[in-house]
Design a protein around this ligand. Structure first.
Ligand SMILES: *Cc1c(COP(=O)(O)O)cnc(C)c1O
Length: 369
């Protein structure tokens, strides 16, 4: 029985990658913003249509550092959602800030904009929403609320690389957006990430943060850490970016097949496509509610057949043990997120997933009704 994992990393042809890294055997320049890094950064600024892209060794440190760059008072509050990966909440807390958990909406699972204002206090400094599954948050309403209250907006856009909203790249919403190029994402640099923004003043801060604040051989101006992207990661990015369009087109076919097979089945809820959004087909979430089996039973049945689905996102970050004592912790305070976390499963989805395998997955789900 062939095993199907929930994701499978996109990779360029072996020869193409070798060609890209070959020059390093002449230069011996392996990291510290070399030629590959420079090229990849400018490729991305063009692809994402964004004024500034600062590359990082992973998405998490990119997010941690862009929050730090805003220099909020310690103990300030950041409004965010718990229906996300650990990274989002951890990045807030590791900066000495307090996450205030807002519920999500049940249409696209992004932050419920109607619930943001009631959570704003005189300690609130920012909103940190997540473009979950590549679904775009209500960026206009969030901007309006932030402007009315003098708040910063930082998007966790880890899922939303290459997504466009009414023709505008997701890199251009809020004060900054973070992308992850982790191996499991639609676009990868093995490990990697970036922060995108338009404010010229942030460029040197973000560069200082990832390279010890070193400005020159004898000049250290900032207490920065180390989060640089290496030349090998950048080379992977250059190669993968060349094939991204084909990879997304293949993902689209997989998603269309899932929709064909699973639409209209009682007790199965699929996430509606968003109007005006050019999708990257990053994930395929299915909500099991009033189906013949519950989510965990479907998960187990798929696993018995060698198919890896993912309880994504379960548990919610506001029910993590490490956040037990936080003021808005507890999944009871975010009922929509809690409802979804107990019922959602993301099905296997990657560019090379065969349509026959999609059928096999759907057959298993449909037959266990
Ligand atoms: C992957 C991911 C991150 C972190 O990215 P890394 O590159 O793995 O550090 C952050 N937020 C979300 C929602 C993610 O899915």
């Amino acid at each position: 029985m062939n095993q199907i994992l929930v994701s499978r990393s996109s990779m360029p042809d072996f020869d193409e990658y070798c060609e890209e890294i070959k020059k390093m055997w002449d230069t011996h320049w392996l990291t510290n913003m070399g030629e590959e890094h420079r090229k990849f950064q400018s490729d991305l600024e063009e692809f994402l249509d964004c004024r500034h892209v600062v590359l990082y060794t992973n998405g998490h440190l990119a997010l941690e550092n862009i929050i730090a760059a805003m220099q909020f008072e310690p103990g300030s509050e950041v409004i965010t959602t718990p229906f996300t990966f650990a990274s989002t909440t951890h990045a807030i807390v590791r900066n000495g800030l307090v996450p205030i958990f807002c519920d999500i909406n049940d249409r696209d699972y992004t932050i419920d904009v109607d619930k943001i204002e009631s959570l704003i206090t005189d300690r609130t400094v920012a909103i940190l929403p997540v473009h979950v599954y590549g679904n775009i948050c209500d960026v206009e309403r969030i901007r309006a609320i932030a402007d009315a209250h003098g708040l910063k907006v930082i998007y966790d856009a880890a899922h939303a690389f290459a997504v466009k909203y009414h023709g505008v790249s997701t890199a251009n919403f809020g004060d900054a957006s973070m992308f992850s190029f982790h191996a499991t994402k639609v676009f990868n640099t093995i490990e990697g990430g970036a922060v995108c923004f338009s404010n010229d003043e942030l460029v040197s801060t973000m560069n200082d943060m990832k390279n010890f604040g070193i400005r020159g051989p004898e000049s250290v101006v900032f207490v920065g850490g180390n989060a640089k992207m290496s030349e090998f990661q950048a080379a992977m990015g250059i190669c993968n970016l060349r094939h991204l369009e084909e990879e997304i087109a293949k993902r689209k076919k997989v998603v269309e097949r899932y929709r064909d097979r699973l639409t209209g089945i009682k007790g199965l809820k699929l996430c509606a496509e968003q109007a005006g959004v050019e999708s990257n087909y990053a994930y395929f979430p299915v909500v099991f509610d009033g189906y013949g089996m519950n989510r965990d039973e479907v998960f187990d049945r798929l696993a018995e057949n060698g198919i890896g689905a993912r309880k994504y996102f379960y548990p919610l970050t506001n029910s993590f043990e490490c956040y037990r004592d936080y003021p808005t912790a507890g999944s009871g305070k975010t009922p929509v997120a809690a409802y979804l976390a107990d019922r959602v499963l993301t099905l296997p989805l990657y560019a090379d997933l065969a349509l026959e395998d999609v059928d096999r997955i759907c057959d298993i789900i449909i037959k266990i009704k």
